[in-house]
Design a protein around this ligand. Structure first.
Ligand code: ANZ
Ligand code: ZN
Length: 707
């Protein structure tokens, strides 16, 4: 059965850090383990190669960003090889390669043709240090995700993707993501966030409220500083307030203890009673959420109460009315109705960067924004800015903004399935064989932006008949960070980093691989410790001595020992369920059990050793290869378990994400067999419907998704 395991591809900085080592060791163990089990494994590696560091290096040192990046890639590739990562070399991709970004441009044009890419004058987050627009998700606590500078609000024409058109679909799709780390699902839920409420029109000013039952207690309508009504006001006090509010960074605005505001000097009619309600501008109202305006109800809402208190508005009535009756009254008057609001905003994708994927549009004075014809892709980074308009042939210029690098990485999992396709981004049937990714490994910090964008793009491509799957990722493992010995995230700036290459040279790749997986579940943060890697190196060295001594004197290949079989079954189980720290502990147990057999030259010690080496192979491939005798042939096939009491696992069976029962299977049962058993167990619920996709969370759950 095909098995697709993937660590999120890195930005090619030139030197991997310990976090990379942990992520890719994890995916590599899964890949090698699945190969031993005879699965057909896809385990590719590529480079998220566009991005600011290359451009900065180009500016600072006058180097060509393409050359600089190519050198970094070569270095990282070599280090990854030394770490024993078994990537599919013939599938390597780079997002900065025109053969790849040609299809990123194609994706843009597809979105454009379907009304999902558009240009708008909008309020953007602007990082003054990076001199670029940032997406909402790239503003972390009011600062730039990349450089930590305070982010400002600016108005600017920009290219956007209408991800909000998929809000409901992305929301509903979360229920089926049973193979994801629940924390990542929660992050997505929080980011998309669906709010059921109502809109109400106070004259020309619309508000969104989740508490329309409080409509009787409105003392003011408060608009955000970004709101057109505030910006259009001729009142110098209002203008001064708006200018001041917008010049301050989001951090400063949020750090404000008491909310502030000024009256616009106009009244609007209450949507039901018609009574005059004053309009204010206040900076606690968010410009791009809901309608950018709120009804201020101090009697029921804390923020409104703080605002009213700060600016001297009355508390108002605390009387509540039935929400349904209020909505009916609003609908009858045409001044309001039910509405769903999403926290999700459209995705701003234009960046003022040269080291990025050019947006394939031409700006013509006569025709406006015109797409570059498909046949003329790729628009190379180096191509001249002046060029004829594809529509009228007149003088025009190409768009110089490039795409957010999150666009590059929004579809690369699909490309890995068919990386050399030239007639299409990938062949649908070929991709159908591998997708969705069975085990995707990456940090929780990517659970919002990258995972949301890739879900959106995959859904869009599915709707266009291009992608074979609706969701790109079936299993998402969120690995924790590697912390420095000071307990903080390892980083250059904290000076607490350990260079994997130095460790590799001192202790060897195998000890390093064991050390990054040991002692802590992969989902948790783990503190780096030199002592741990030292201990792993010592363990491997001592065990190697025992193994080598045994093999030098020949090997007794009678049946393997049952105790060894039990250890191997436990390792198998731990890998399948992703508990790799448990697997490492079992490897130590295995060595403890095996060493006396080797020393005694017990009957069958050779066969036990061969099985043990196979079980260790996913973790310490170099170490195993160094002692594996040629006469044993290739290192393949997971050992047939001879444990007396083979463990069984209880596996939940679902159809379309709904639990229908469970099956008990012996530990180590292959995915194909699990699927058969599950289909048999769920035959009644399936009612003859075909199973289009099977999601297996090993040792725990199987989800049969019908067409
Ligand atoms: C009146 C009210 C009374 C509200 C009450 C809440 C409690 P969600 O969707 O859950 O985040 N709101 C609406 N748009 C806003 C904006 N652009 N900036 C700041 N606040 C905004 O919450 C929706 C509620 O947040 C809305 O319901 C509105 O305040 C406020 F006792 O309306 B409510
Ligand atoms: Zn034209």
């Amino acid at each position: 059965m095909p098995f697709y395991t993937l660590g999120m591809f890195p930005y090619p900085s030139g030197r991997p850090h310990m976090g990379h080592v942990r992520v890719y060791t994890l995916s590599d163990v899964r890949a090698r383990h699945a190969r031993l089990h005879g699965e057909d494994v896809l385990h590719p590696m590529g480079w998220d190669a566009f991005g600011l560091p290359a451009e900065n290096a180009a500016v600072a040192r006058g180097v060509d960003p393409a050359e600089w990046t190519a050198e970094n890639i070569a270095q990282m590739r070599a280090i990854f090889a030394r770490l024993g990562f078994s990537f599919d070399a013939d599938r390597e991709i780079s997002t900065a390669d025109p053969a790849y970004y040609r299809w990123t441009q194609w994706l843009f044009l597809q979105l454009f043709q379907h009304g999902l890419a558009y240009e708008a004058d909008g309020w953007v987050h602007w990082c003054p240090a990076c001199a670029t627009v940032l997406a909402d998700e790239q503003v972390v606590g009011g600062t730039c995700w990349r450089c930590d500078a305070d982010v400002e609000r600016r108005q600017r024409r920009q290219w956007m993707f209408r991800i909000t058109a998929y809000a409901q679909a992305l929301w509903d799709g979360l229920d089926a993501l049973t193979g994801w780390d629940p924390r990542a699902v929660a992050v997505q839920r929080n980011w998309i966030r669906r709010s059921e409420g109502a809109w109400a029109a106070f004259g020309g000013v619309e508000v969104f409220s989740t508490r329309i039952d409080t409509l009787g207690g409105v003392v003011a309508v408060v608009v955000a500083p970004e709101h057109p009504l505030a910006r259009a006001s001729g009142d110098p006090d209002v203008q001064a307030y708006v200018t001041h509010a917008l010049s301050r960074s989001a951090v400063q605005r949020m750090a404000e203890r008491a909310p502030s505001g000024v009256p616009l000097g106009v009244d609007v009619p209450h949507p039901i009673s018609g009574a005059p309600i004053p309009v204010w501008v206040g900076d606690y109202v968010i410009g791009d959420y809901g309608t950018g305006a709120v009804m201020c109800v101090p009697a029921h809402d804390e923020r409104d109460a703080a605002f009213a208190d700060a600016v001297g508005l009355p508390v108002g009535s605390g009387e509540l009315r039935d929400a349904g009756a209020v909505v009916d009254a609003l609908e009858a008057r045409g001044t309001g109705g039910r509405r769903i609001s999403w926290n999700l905003r459209d995705w701003s994708v234009g960046r003022q960067r040269s080291w990025g994927c050019p947006i394939p549009m031409v700006r013509c004075e006569a025709c406006g924004a015109v797409p570059v014809p498909d046949a003329e892709l790729p628009v190379l980074r180096e191509s001249p800015v002046e060029r004829p308009c594809p529509r009228c042939g007149g003088a025009a210029s190409r768009e110089t903004d490039t795409l957010d690098t999150f666009v590059d990485s929004s579809w690369y999992q699909l490309r890995f399935c068919d990386p050399h396709a030239t007639h299409a981004p990938f062949d649908k049937a070929v991709a159908a064989r591998w997708m969705p990714v069975d085990v995707y490994v990456g940090g929780l910090d990517h659970a919002a932006q990258h995972m949301l964008y890739t879900r959106f793009v995959t859904r869009f491509l599915f709707d266009r008949g291009v992608s074979p799957v609706v969701e790109p990722v079936a299993g998402f493992v969120c690995n924790g960070m590697v912390l420095g010995d000071d307990g903080r995230k390892m980083s250059k700036s904290s000076g607490n980093g350990r260079d994997p290459v130095g460790i590799l040279e001192t202790y060897g790749a195998d000890a390093l691989r064991l050390a990054v997986l040991a002692d802590s579940p992969v989902e948790r943060d783990v503190a780096w410790s030199d002592a741990r890697v030292e201990a792993k190196a010592r363990f491997l060295e001592r065990f190697a001595g025992a193994v080598d001594r045994y093999l030098e004197a020949g090997a007794d290949m009678a049946g393997p020992d049952a105790g060894i079989g039990a250890c191997i079954a436990a390792i198998d189980d731990a890998i399948r369920t992703g508990a790799l720290h448990v697997a490492v502990a079992r490897i130590h147990e295995l060595a403890r059990a095996l060493r006396p057999l080797l020393e005694r030259r017990a009957p069958g010690a050779g066969a036990s050793l061969r099985d043990a080496l196979k079980a260790m192979y996913p973790f310490v491939p170099g170490w195993v290869e160094a002692r594996w005798p040629a006469w044993w042939g290739a290192i393949e096939g997971w050992p047939a378990v001879v444990s007396a009491k083979a463990a069984t696992a209880e596996i939940v069976v679902q159809v379309d994400g709904r639990t229908t029962g469970s099956i008990a299977v012996p530990a180590g049962t292959g995915r194909e067999r699990i699927r058969e058993l599950a289909e048999a167990a769920a035959s009644r619920r399936l009612e003859g419907r075909a199973v289009a996709r099977v999601v297996v969370v090993e040792g725990r759950l199987v989800n049969l998704v019908t067409a």
